[in-house]
Design a binder for this molecule. Structure first.
Ligand code: CP
Length: 306
């Protein structure tokens, strides 16, 4: 494939191909510390129209670990303030001879628009609430490394499903690889329509915590809560925060995950976030490995339309 726009359209074999490549890059670079210069002479552009700490920096590091150059674009301080459109901005960056563009934008579908209008590879780093495919891949890689396989595992995504691109990428990727997915959160933030896609919906964390192999705790996206009523932070923490009391009822080998940034005391208490079952920082390291794999697969292949 030339682009990575979502996980919904990837086959199980394609997902496995990326995960296997990520494992290989991680092993070959001593946990993503060293260089393996397979993309020397190539250039990656990071186009971020929304804030980022993990995704942006790990794409940059991944590109540099592979020997590629990077162009860093942030909408703040750019000529978008003078009225330049996203497509014009991206085309101008592409004209600097870049081989791939990573885009994060608040508008769902913006990476697809670039894929139609630019010649280089396009990688979705989060398009509004739609998808965040590399986050889904790094979450799945972390589970696979710890458990060996996704087949038969019960993975709960807890929190603000309605606004979560991470949830959507996880749902598609996890299901394709054989996991049972539970969406858990307040009815205002979790739609029963997901049941049509074979996903279980639960409105009380206490009802499901004992049978989960993995809990992925998603942030309440206050910046995207436009009109919908939602619980207060206090109510949310009471019903959905993973805390020491719920940990006592969970499986002893449960994996505690979060895509970050985390709101300590809201979706997760500090003792759980920093506790022995937490793999939150492993996820971050795996983010470099996954992005190395995605850059290599998209920038190193012959250009075909897909
Ligand atoms: N998980 C994630 O996408 O983090 P950033 O917003 O910091 O990139």
């Amino acid at each position: 494939r030339r682009h990575l726009l979502d996980l919904e359209s990837l086959s199980p074999a394609e997902l496995t191909c990326v995960l296997d490549a990520a494992d290989r890059f991680k092993a070959a670079t001593d946990d993503c510390r060293r260089k393996i210069s397979v993309l020397t002479g190539r250039t990656l552009a990071n186009l971020f129209f929304e804030n980022s700490t993990r995704t942006r920096n790990s794409f940059s590091l991944a590109a540099r670990r592979l020997g590629a150059d990077t162009v860093e674009f942030s909408s703040s301080g750019s000529s978008t303030a003078k009225g330049e459109t996203v497509i014009d901005t991206a085309k101008n960056i592409e004209a600097m001879n870049v081989d791939a563009v990573v885009i994060r934008h608040r508008t769902p579908g913006s990476p697809y628009l670039l894929a139609k209008n630019l010649d280089c590879a396009i990688i979705n780093a989060g398009d509004g609430p739609h998808e965040h495919p590399t986050q889904g891949l790094l979450d799945i890689l972390t589970i696979r490394q710890r458990r060996g396989s996704l087949q038969g595992l019960t993975v709960a995504l807890v929190g603000d499903i309605a606004h979560s691109r991470t949830a959507r990428s996880n749902i598609w990727g996890l299901q394709k690889l054989g996991a049972h997915v539970i969406l858990c959160g307040p009815p205002t933030l979790v739609s029963r329509r997901w049941e049509e896609f074979g996903v279980e919906v639960a409105y009380r964390l206490d009802d499901i915590v004992e049978r989960c192999d993995v809990l992925n705790l998603l942030r309440i996206q206050f910046e995207r809560q436009y009109t919908r009523p939602f619980p207060s932070v206090r109510e949310y923490a009471l019903l959905y925060a993973m805390n020491s009391e719920r940990m006592r009822r969970a499986k002893s080998d449960i994996l505690i995950m979060a895509p970050g940034p985390i709101n300590r005391g809201v979706e997760i208490t500090p003792d759980v976030a920093d506790g022995p079952q937490s793999v939150i920082l492993e996820q971050v390291t795996n983010g470099i490995a996954v992005r190395m794999a995605v850059l290599w697969l998209t920038m190193n292949t012959a250009q075909t339309n897909s």
